[in-house]
Write a protein that binds this ligand. Structure first.
Ligand SMILES: Cc1cc2nc3c(=O)[nH]c(=O)nc-3n(C[C@H](O)[C@H](O)[C@H](O)COP(=O)(O)O)c2cc1C
Length: 415
């Protein structure tokens, strides 16, 4: 369906070439200072036409707040917002009346609904993500103000060009791998961990690729331009880190925090893969090196000395940074000629016209941040609801079992 979230619930609407796209956000706490600019800054990072690495479709994507806010403050009632579709050229897509674009959603939408939007990707277009990005910006403002939560995403690879410190293919994937090699270093390099701890949105935005590493970014630009000049496209990965998330968020067993994150991320168009923490690389090292030992933090809480878990254990946040990576495929619409078949099965050649992204990852960065914010916000409200009516032991010491808990009553909420 078109809604996401339980207590912070976002419903998006709109197709690629209809009058407008937007969202209704239900469950936003009242009293949050909110302006159109708070939302616009993230929408502008997502909008098309930002550089020669993205689609030339020229949309300003100006947000119009419709409801739920008065005198710059949220009312607690549903927030409605919309963005007009202005630079529409439906005629650019006439060949898709005949041909379902290979690996796009034209054929599957038609199979599902028996009818489809006549131009562009319709509902499967990335125009839909405007509503999510706007909703995510609102959630993020609350999370930042109430809890100091920071969310930063960046491009970690384009094609085979990887950030040097990230998980580029290592020697361990080569055929001459030594089965007795249990080294953990490659799972997540110290440089990459340092980047996750410190990287800021400002640093990311210094580069048109949104890869915060000058040499890698230059190589990524060359790779994207090469795809573009060949009338082709290329994929990539986005890595995201969420800092200062309180422990205790996530709803076992089916709505584990990482399951919600994966759901959120894999709902973004063109996504093909999701991994959290050490991910697939973590499977290569033994438990003795992969475990995250505990240590007492300055504030008296337990922390961990390493973070292969990616901040989530048992589906519940543990207070460490949450980091994950998403794989985006090479966009389906390419103007290179492709042998394929028309809707009626007649073989033919398609060279798609229209304006398209040669690589989606630079524009996917704010979408990933938005979906991360929606997950944290929803889980925070759910945990607050539980905590506000929870019977706990006194604040003197933490109960380690139901036996110690002994039914002493105190009500508190997540700080
Ligand atoms: C920011 C962004 C921009 C996109 N731009 C295009 C595009 O220009 N051309 C295209 O074919 N797909 C583009 N996509 C991907 C399609 O929307 C998507 O591949 C399509 O709906 C099929 O869905 P699926 O790939 O999730 O299976 C974009 C995705 C994102 C996240």
């Amino acid at each position: 369906m078109s809604s996401f979230g339980t207590l912070f619930r976002v419903t998006t609407y709109g197709e690629s070439h209809c009058a407008s796209v937007g969202a209704i956000i239900d469950g936003c706490p009242p009293g949050l200072a909110l302006s159109a600019q708070d939302v616009q800054s993230q929408l502008s990072r997502r909008r098309p036409g930002q550089s020669n690495l993205t689609t030339p479709r020229d949309e300003k994507d100006l947000v119009h707040l419709q409801s739920g806010i008065e005198h710059g403050v949220t009312l607690g009632t549903p927030i409605g917002l919309l963005v007009k579709n202005e630079d529409q050229r439906p005629k650019d897509y006439s060949e898709t009346d005949l041909y379902p674009r290979p690996s796009h959603a034209d054929y599957t939408y038609l199979q599902k609904y028996g009818v489809k939007a006549s131009s562009g990707g319709g509902r499967s277009s990335a125009r839909e993500t405007i509503g999510r990005v706007a909703a995510g910006a609102i959630a993020e403002k609350y999370l930042r103000q109430a809890h100091g939560i920071q969310i930063v995403a960046f491009v970690s690879s384009v094609g085979k060009v990887h950030l040097p410190s990230s998980r580029a293919p290592s020697a361990s994937t080569a055929s001459n791998v030594d089965e007795e090699d249990d080294e953990a270093e490659d799972a997540l390099s110290p440089e990459f961990r340092a980047l996750l701890e410190k990287v800021t949105r400002e640093e990311v935005d210094r580069f048109p690729t949104r890869c915060p590493h000058p040499e890698t970014s230059d190589r990524m630009i060359k790779r994207i331009i090469r795809a573009k000049e060949a009338n082709d496209s290329i994929g990539g990965t986005v890595t995201c880190v969420i800092r200062n998330v309180p422990p205790g968020l996530g709803e076992p067993v089916f709505d584990k925090f990482e399951a919600k994150l994966a759901h959120a991320m894999l709902s973004i168009p063109a996504t093909k893969a999701f991994e959290i923490g050490s991910g697939f690389r973590g499977t290569e090292v033994p438990g003795s090196k992969h475990n995250d030992p505990y240590v007492r933090r300055e504030n008296g809480n337990l922390g961990t000395t390493t973070n292969w878990s990616g901040g989530v254990q048992g589906g519940i946040t543990n207070g460490e940074d949450i980091y994950f990576r998403i794989g985006f495929k090479s966009p389906a619409t390419i103007s290179q000629e492709q042998e394929t078949a028309q809707y009626d099965g007649t073989p033919g050649t398609l060279a798609a016209r229209g304006r398209h992204d040669p690589c989606v990852v630079p524009r996917a960065v704010p979408i990933v941040e938005a979906m991360a914010a929606l997950v944290v916000m929803d889980e925070l409200l759910i945990q607050n609801a539980r905590r506000s009516c929870q019977l706990t032991a006194s604040t003197q010491g933490y109960p380690t079992s139901a036996r110690e808990h002994n039914g002493r009553m105190q009500i508190h909420s997540v700080k």
